[in-house]
Each structure stands twice: as structure tokens, then as C-alpha cells.
Design a protein around this ligand. Structure first.
Ligand code: ZN
Ligand code: ZN
Length: 157
């Protein structure tokens, strides 16, 4: 995965060598064993660098993924050689989680807001209570409406 411009400074200067070492450790084969969540490769991903990607037949580009999505953490245990398919999917899952957390936070905030509004709206409850009365008193209203046309008709020439 291309390094995002805003993250470029978070990578150590020797990242190219680190990344290379990881790919060599992997024997230039994707090390993903299902972490990507694609569910398309039982066990370890068969994709080999510059080989044909299974499923799509496109050329595999081996990349180095951070399992914790932290560019500064270049501990070999945190790094996995991954084909672009697995890497993108792995990161996409992370972004989905990030988005879900953001959304959950937004919902929590909204919920908080709704609670506040609800509390503020409570004093307004008495005025809303009469609204149930018209429903019960609907016949009276209808009566009134039915009564009205007659005088109107009567005033017509
Ligand atoms: Zn893979
Ligand atoms: Zn995978």
C-alpha cells in the first residue's frame, strides 16, 4: 500500500530496508494467514511477488503491512509481507473499524444530545398533554366543523 503523505514522516528512514527484510523473511510470498479477512484463501495466501494473483490473475506486488496499523512500530513481529489484495483488505477492515468507532462516538454524542433535548423538552410536556384531549374530543371538533358550514351556507345568497 502506498504510504500516505501525512504518514510519510512516521516511517523510519530505513523503512525500505526493513520492508525488504520482511519480504525476504517471507520468501517473497504473502504471509497473510487470514488476517486480511477476505476468507478467500484457507491457510496462508498463495500469492508470490510478481506472480499471478489467484482469482484475478493480476501481478502480485508484495507489500509490508503493519498489523497494528502503526507506521512507527517496525518490530518484525508487527510486520507481515502481504500481497496488495490482502494488504488493502486488511487496511480496509481497519478503516471500517475506525469508521465504526467514529460513528459509534457520533451516535453516543447524538444520544447525549437527544437526552439533553429530552430533558429540556420535559417542561414542555404539560402543553403537549392537552394534545391527547383533542383526540378524545375529536367528535366535538367534528361537531363544530359540521356545524360551521350551515351558517356559511345560510349567509350565501
Ligand atoms: Zn495475500
Ligand atoms: Zn489474506
Amino acid at each position: 500500500m502506498p504510504i500516505r503523505p501525512e504518514n510519510v514522516l512516521r516511517y523510519p528512514p530505513d523503512w525500505p530496508e526493513i520492508s525488504l527484510a520482511i519480504k525476504e523473511r517471507a520468501g517473497w510470498r504473502c504471509e497473510c494467514e487470514g488476517e486480511c479477512g477476505r476468507g478467500t484463501h484457507p491457510g496462508r495466501c498463495p500469492n508470490v511477488h510478481e506472480g499471478e494473483a489467484y482469482g484475478t490473475g493480476s501481478v502480485v506486488i508484495l507489500t509490508t503491512a503493519h498489523l497494528d496499523h502503526t507506521p512507527e512500530n517496525v518490530d518484525p513481529a508487527n510486520l507481515r509481507a502481504m500481497c496488495q489484495g490482502c494488504h488493502l483488505h486488511y487496511d480496509a477492515g481497519h478503516h471500517a473499524v475506525t469508521r465504526a468507532q467514529t460513528r459509534a462516538r457520533a451516535l453516543a454524542d447524538a444520544g447525549q444530545l437527544a437526552v439533553d433535548i429530552g430533558a429540556a423538552a420535559t417542561p414542555v410536556m404539560p402543553p403537549t398533554r392537552p394534545q391527547t384531549l383533542p383526540a378524545a374530543a375529536a367528535p366535538a371538533t367534528e361537531q363544530l366543523l359540521l356545524d360551521l358550514p350551515e351558517p356559511l351556507e345560510g349567509t350565501r345568497p
